[in-house]
Design a protein around this ligand. Structure first.
Ligand SMILES: [Zn+2]
Length: 296
């Protein structure tokens, strides 16, 4: 049974919008799929959670997709996600170059996410429309390598509205105990008083993973982080799932793009080709005959 859930709320008479997401089952699925360590579970878990949330806040048309690359030049390498949406369902696929990287806890007892993914690179977000082929490309330097701050800096540049973002993954050697995130967006008519109330509420609130681990509902969490007891639920049961849509045809197109010479080399040297999908680990094998067919 999938216990994950994502919901949108409006606080302070519509002047503040909130999206809260519980992604525990999704991140446990990704941990198993990629055989992640606790450190890379926290890193890719935070990254996949915000990617899924962005599917619900940024994708307006079903033909749209978002590709997100987090390249901090750390030992765990690049994290990559592709996000698509159909009605109320967002589908994420995500991978990390070196899933086996594990680092000691930081002196404050927290997982060293920035140590694993690095801090000296950039976050690149590409929005594409499958029909019009219109593309938007946004790139920001990383701020901390802790993921939430890095995406917040992207939102600060790309959006007109101030945004607060929190992401958290609670993981031990047995698996993901709790995972999720929230995003608060302040509309231009939010008052100073309301902004102060939200700042104080966030200051007092436990972390998002602690709140989810203690079985707080998304409504309760939204009230705790905004300080507005009368906030309204706008959309319920939004879904963030995992899906990889790879196929032998797509990999064949990839091979074809290598050019005839390269394919001839593969045939001569190996007699076959093997390609692995980094998002779902499926392996596609191309026989000598299939490779020769690609040459035509
Ligand atoms: Zn795949």
């Amino acid at each position: 049974m999938n216990r994950d859930r994502t919901a949108k709320f409006l606080a302070y008479e519509g002047k503040v919008s909130v999206i809260c997401s519980k992604t525990t089952d999704l991140i446990e699925y990704i941990r198993n799929l990629h055989d992640l360590t606790p450190t890379t579970t926290a890193a890719l878990g935070r990254f996949a959670t915000i990617s899924g949330i962005m599917g619900h806040t940024e994708i307006k048309e079903e033909e749209d997709s978002i590709t997100i690359q987090f390249n901090g030049k750390g030992p765990a390498g690049i994290m990559l996600a592709v996000v698509e949406k159909e009605a109320n369902q967002v589908f994420v696929k995500a991978c990390i170059d070196n899933p086996g990287v594990e680092l000691p806890l930081k002196s404050n007892g927290k997982i060293d996410v920035s140590g694993a993914v690095g801090t000296s690179g950039y976050l690149n977000i590409i929005k594409e429309n499958g029909i019009t082929e219109k593309e938007y490309n946004g790139i920001v330097p990383l701020v901390s390598g802790e993921i939430a701050e890095d995406f917040a800096s992207y939102f600060a540049r790309s959006k007109q509205t101030p945004t607060v973002l929190a992401l958290g993954v609670l993981v031990n050697k047995d698996g993901v105990k709790a995972s999720g995130g929230y995003m608060i967006s302040l509309m231009p008519d939010a008052t100073e008083n309301e902004i102060t109330k939200i700042e104080e509420a966030i200051e007092k609130a436990p972390t998002i993973s602690e709140m989810l681990d203690t079985e707080k509902s998304l409504e309760e969490i939204a009230k705790i982080i905004t300080g507005d007891e009368r906030l309204q639920l706008i959309e319920d049961n939004l879904i963030i799932g995992y899906r990889c849509d790879c196929s032998k045809e797509k990999f064949a197109r990839g091979l074809t793009s290598l050019g005839k010479e390269e394919i001839k080399n593969i045939i001569e040297e190996d007699g076959k080709a093997e390609a692995k999908c980094h998002f779902c680990n499926k392996i596609y094998t191309f026989s000598k005959e299939e490779l020769e067919a690609l040459l035509k």
